[in-house]
Each structure stands twice: as structure tokens, then as C-alpha cells.
Design a protein around this ligand. Sequence first.
Ligand SMILES: *[C@@H]1O[C@H](CO)[C@@H](O)[C@H](O)[C@H]1NC(C)=O
Ligand SMILES: *[C@@H]1O[C@H](CO)[C@@H](O)[C@H](O)[C@H]1NC(C)=O
Length: 405
Amino acid sequence: MAPAEKWLSTLFAAAVVSFLLLVLSVTSSPSFSTSRRAVPEALAVSMDSRRSAPIPAFAYYISGGRGDRDRVLRLLLAVYHPRNLYLLHLSKDAPDSERAGLATAVRSALPAARAFGNVHVVGNPAAATYMGSSVLAATLHGASALLRLSRGWDWFITLSAADYPLITQDDLLHVFSSAPRYLNFIDHTSDIGWKEYHRVQPIVVDPGIYLARRSQIFYAQERRKTPKSFKFFTGSPWVILSRPFVEFCIFGWDNLPRRLLLYFSNVVIPQEGYFHSVVCNAPDFQNTTVNSDMRFMEWDSPPQMESHHLNSSDFGKIAASGAPFARQFLEGEPVLDEIDARILGRRRGWPVPGGWCSGDGRWWSDRCSSWGDIGKVVPGPRAEKLGVKMKELLAGWRSQASSCR
Ligand SMILES: *[C@@H]1O[C@H](CO)[C@@H](O)[C@H](O)[C@H]1NC(C)=O
Ligand SMILES: *[C@@H]1O[C@H](CO)[C@@H](O)[C@H](O)[C@H]1NC(C)=O
């Protein structure tokens, strides 16, 4: 690094830390003191008053790559609520200036995030390619940072820059208040079919784990047998996990999550199997799985590796789906404006208004630049739709017909 650049990056680091939207450097700060200090009183208080409240709170892990700064910011505005906790991760391919820019942009777009201190940017990012173990490592890092940042959340939700919500946080908090807090919403199956040969048996190595520069995974010449000491489950990498299950995976007092992590580090797409296999092989958790990822996606036929990009032609289906999130969208896709206008009631550059916002609501001012009781949740008409879906899912879970099969 040239001296000038070095100086610049120090400046950004200093600026970001003092902006409170801290740069988490979990692996390099031995005592994790930066982030502990950065959970301000306001959040601690709001989280404590939450303990007795029937309304839950979510911990969002939002990941993106180089050039995703604006998408991540827009997504954050669309899912922001002061009760929740947010961790934003721009993978290693994005320059530090983009990370610093994201922190600054959050600070200026969201006065509430400044006051509640509930939005954080990962300062020590991981490499990210869709294939290989780096992505799973980054997700687990995010989960452990969120556990450490606050005791007050109930569910861990993974989103990417290509996702968008189809429901307001007031609606989501309202609907989830009727669900037992120990449930894991995770799409999964043990019917691995063609994946056995193409995804389970190959042995891969992800150089993102040990090389400084990003490079593709490589395949070993040998294959390995399908596991026998545990049952291999696969499914959607997009999950909503309960806090007890995240603690089980991260704290590792039982060796299952660790053993499976070692195994999955050589699986082609580990984020499509790790949590699924852990939850279904752990006797304490296998009855807590609801078989749904709660995302709206459209697949091409034959299906590609990723679902297809949604556009305005899909709006009808998106609006009718009743799912809380949809993916995937290209940046600046016009259908996002439609979702903002017709579903979320969000105006450009501002968060989605909710019961917590107390501004006067004149057209030129952001209603959420001032706030009242953050426990006040005002569900809208779409909460009903998701409520119906939740009832179906809970009935399915009680019958245990589709859990861990
Ligand atoms: C989970 O459900 C199965 C089948 O309903 C039952 O046999 C088992 O005892 C349950 N496990 C726990 C830990 O509750
Ligand atoms: C949306 O995408 C589909 C293909 O995925 C395409 O056929 C259609 O024309 C697109 N619609 C718009 C409005 O761009």
C-alpha cells in the first residue's frame, strides 16, 4: 500500500469508529471491546424493556460485495426498525472506502440508527464467492458478532444485497409475536437426489480461507462417500434461525456443530446444507424446524444455480405471495420502486414508516426522523396475509409431517 493510501485508510478507520457505526474487527480486537462499548445505553434500555414485551426482535445479517453499498443501504432502510439489530457485511472484494462510505451513509440517512446504535458494519470482511466455505464462515462470524452485541434478539435473519422485503417490520414483528421463539424457519430436505453426486460427494477446497487474493474453489480428484454418521440435509441458504439454535451452533458445547463445520468446509455450497444438517441431527432442535425459508423466488426451468431476477412482470405474483422477503433483484430494478410505493409505503432515501415514527408526516419530511415508543407496532393489511401463512406453517410444524424428513 502506498503511504498516501495507508494514511487514507487510517483516516477512514478513525472516521468510521468515531461515527459510532462501528467497524467491527472481531478477529483482530482481542477483547472485543470496541463493539461492547459501541452498544449504547439507548439500545441496552430498549432491549431490556423488550424482555417482558410480547413483541420479538430480529438480528439481521445483510451481506453484499463490491459495488453493493447503495443496494445494502436501500435494503437496510426497507427493513429498519429500532427494536432490531443489523450487521452489514461487504465482502473483501469491496474496498474499505466503500465500507466507510456505507457507515457514513447509514448515519446520515437514519437518525434513529445513530440514536439506537443498532446498525453495525463489519470492519474485517471475509472473501465471498457463492461456492466454497468463505460464505459460511462469514455468516457464522456475523451470527457470533450479533450474539455478542445484544442479548435482546430472538431470530437471526440472513439477507443479501439482492433481497428485498415484501412486508413492513411492524407487520413482521406483529406476526412473529404469535410464533414460539424457539422455531427455526429453514427450508430443508434429506432427499438429495442429483445433488448427491454433484454437491455432496465432491471434495473442494476454498482458497478464500487461506489466500489473500480471491480465487475460485478447486476440486479434489477423489470423491467421498455420503455421510453415514449423520444425515445430510440440504435446502435454501436463506434462513430465519432462533436464538437458542444460533447459540448452539456458535458456542459449541455440543460437538455436533463443530464436527459438521469441519465436514462442510469441503462441501461445494456449504450454506445450502450446514444449518439444515445441524438442526436436523440435533435431538434438541429437530422438532423446532418449520420447513420454509419464507422467501419468494422464481426458478427458471430447468432451474439454474440461482433463482431468476424478478422484474415488473412479476409484481402481481410478488404482491400475492404473502412471503416476507423476495429475491433476487438487480440494482435499481423498477419493481423495487413499485414495492416501495404500493407495499411498504417507503419514500426514496427514508425508512419504512412504522408505529415508532412520530414525525408530523408532511410530504417533505421524514416521519421517522423523530420517534416515540419503539414498542408500538401498528400492523397493516399485509400482516393478515402473512398471518395466514404463519398459521399454515405452524400447523405443518405441529403435525411434524415435513420436519427433518
Ligand atoms: C421430536 O418429535 C418426535 C416425533 O414426533 C418424538 O418422537 C421425539 O421425542 C421428539 N423429540 C424431542 C426432543 O422432543
Ligand atoms: C422480466 O423478465 C422476463 C424474463 O425473466 C422477461 O421475459 C420479461 O420481459 C421481463 N419484463 C420486463 C418488464 O422487463
